[in-house]
Design a protein around this ligand. Sequence first.
Ligand SMILES: [Zn+2]
Length: 112
Amino acid sequence: MCFYNQKKFACGDWAWGNFAARCNHEYRMGETCGMKLVHNTENIQAQCKLCEKIEIKCRRRNAELERIARWRREGGVMKASMEKSGIQVRELEQEIRQLEYERQMKQKNIGK
Ligand SMILES: [Zn+2]
């Protein structure tokens, strides 16, 4: 078992950091044994990259939704723009779902 540092992000996700210490078992071979144990936990104030990406896309989606709502209040004459925004909202939602799925998979796999 070899020890690694762990990074814990503000969003609650975590990732393996730098290699910290080799266990006695593999010491002579000069290699890590492949079993990871936590050495130190470093708290990171920011969100992980994936959550950051999700947040950016959510913000963009909300901005588009606000624009659509505004055009609707103004009588809905900007039909082409509203349609374009609507398509963009659907695309963003799909991307957000994909990223959230990736995040789930990552959480499942990291413990191994
Ligand atoms: Zn995260």
